[in-house]
Design a protein around this ligand. Structure first.
Ligand SMILES: Cc1ncc(COP(=O)(O)O)c(C=O)c1O
Length: 361
């Protein structure tokens, strides 16, 4: 995609958002007024905006970075890079919360026991930390802690959910209903299962806003065993009516897999009232570490999975799990509040990108 000039209106719009961001609140200054916004190529073909400070480090980057990192007591490389601009692509990944990073490091260098070797205090302590993390993740979703199955992230959790739905189902291919805008972690898994004769897929069309038609969904679940629906879209931010979809799926006796990777901690997901069969989440989207996540399911039993399940209990990623647990706890306490704390809703933000919007004139 060719680089194009960003309209001044968009620059002003971003500045308005940035002024309310934690970084700017910490800076308590309007030094950011002097910025340059560069378009950079996005994976989905749309331009991402890279915001580059023009103001001298001393005014903004240096001081703020130093204060931020002092407060966070982590090495200055971690949180805000003065030279690389301000990171806005939190759909791709979030920075690790400094409190979480500290807990992870402590777990790696001090409390480094193997949670499966509980015949001494190191192992016991590690096992206890894993159980605490399980409770924190469960707490974020009002789920049972025994329903939290730690994984290497959402992708692995999705694969396990499919392996279980296939393995626990009958000999016929699993009939899966899913939209064309699911994350590739769902689509690729479903397509691979179909190629191997383990699943048949029914694709749900979406509107230009990425929305699903509930009447079409109602018709689709009549011939389905599993409905896959993301709770929030990672590319365009559409929020899906997973609660209504669950009612429809449940009424038709169909299991439901909710990819909540982008939604956890930010939208209401209460498994005590809406018990999705499978829900997946990932640490690195909620200010936790990468490569750790969870499959949340009351019905999941690894021994029922399609394929060869390991009979040996693998060594657990205790630091990652501890980080995920703490990130989940912080999200429970502050996530929803922070998400609504930004000065504009997704819709008003989006209108900011419309060149016809009067705000840009
Ligand atoms: C909606 C959605 N689902 C699944 C994934 C995969 O998550 P992970 O990186 O934890 O495997 C992502 C990550 O980009 C995502 O945004």
């Amino acid at each position: 995609m060719a680089e194009r000039e960003i309209p001044q209106g968009i620059v002003r719009h971003f500045l308005a958002i940035l002024r309310h961001s934690p970084i700017c609140r910490l800076a308590a200054s309007t030094a950011l007024l002097d910025v340059e916004i560069k378009p950079i190529r996005g994976r989905s073909g749309c331009a991402l905006l890279q915001i580059v400070r023009n103001c001298p480090d001393k005014q903004f980057g240096g001081d703020v970075l130093q204060q931020w990192n002092q407060r966070a007591s982590v090495p200055p490389s971690g949180i805000v890079s003065a030279s690389r601009g301000i990171y806005l692509d939190h759909h791709a990944t979030t920075p690790v919360d400094p409190e979480v990073a500290q807990a992870v490091v402590r777990c790696m260098v001090e409390d480094f026991g193997n949670a499966n070797s509980t015949d001494h205090t190191y192992g016991e302590h590690a096992a206890e930390s894993v159980e605490n993390a399980r409770e924190s993740v469960a707490g974020l979703l009002s789920a049972g802690s025994e329903d939290i199955h730690f994984t290497a992230g959402s992708t692995q959790a999705i694969e396990l959910a499919f392996a279980h739905a296939i393995g626990a189902g009958g000999p016929a291919p699993l009939r899966v209903a899913l939209s064309r805008v699911e994350h590739p972690a769902v689509i690729d898994t479903a397509v691979r299962a179909e190629r191997r004769g383990l699943a048949s897929l029914r694709w749900l069309e979406v509107s230009g806003e990425g929305e699903i038609d509930l009447d079409e969904l109602r018709a689709a679940v009549k011939d389905a065993d599993l409905l896959c629906m993301m709770a929030a879209n990672n590319e365009i931010g559409t929020i899906y009516p997973v609660a209504s979809a669950f009612d429809i799926a449940e009424g038709a006796g169909v299991r439901m897999l909710v990819d909540a990777t982008q939604a956890v901690g930010r939208t209401e997901l209460d498994l005590s009232t809406i018990p999705f069969d499978y829900l997946v989440l990932s640490g690195h989207k909620i200010y936790g570490p990468k490569g750790v996540g969870a499959l949340v399911s009351a019905s999941y039993r690894p021994e029922e999975n399609h394929g060869i399940s390991a009979s040996h209990e693998p060594t657990q990623n205790v630091p990652g799990i501890v980080g995920l647990g703490l990130a989940a706890r912080i999200m429970s306490e502050r996530g929803a509040r922070t998400s609504v704390g930004y000065p504009c809703s997704g819709t008003t933000c989006w209108s900011g990108f419309d060149p016809a919007c009067p705000a840009w004139s």
